[in-house]
Design a protein around this ligand. Sequence first.
Ligand code: RB5
Length: 145
Amino acid sequence: MSKKIVIGSDHGGFNMKAAFVKALGEWGYEVEDLGPDCLDSCDYPIYAAKVAEMVQDGVTGILVCGTGQGMAMTANRYSGVRAAVCSNEFHARLARAHNDANIICMGERVTGIGAALDILKIFLETEFEGDRHKRRVDLIDSVKQ
Ligand code: RB5
């Protein structure tokens, strides 16, 4: 995966975002924080859209809100974006290995920060397995309505 990471949240994910930005720097990633920059109430689709647009250019994305769900729903409207809500390590490993997810979505109100950091690390370090999974991911992109 790309060593360049873009990250965004809403107020519900703000503290987890801050913890992720700090850890990512320590792990050697280049991180761009697309906001917000304070805990004031805000609307998650705005930040999901900012991150998804940059992920379309090939970087890896992280989105955090209260649950991760609204972020994923928004980001997955963007073509080529595969945003996965991950609340455990198995989710994170398979979202990468089988689904080639390029955005991880997490919920600050769902997962503790310590566990979330482990989940994030697995997501970033797991390679896509390709092969039959590539065929299936290509089929996702072929779905039109
Ligand atoms: C904000 O209250 C909350 O709805 C948001 O953080 C997120 O959980 C939405 O999916």
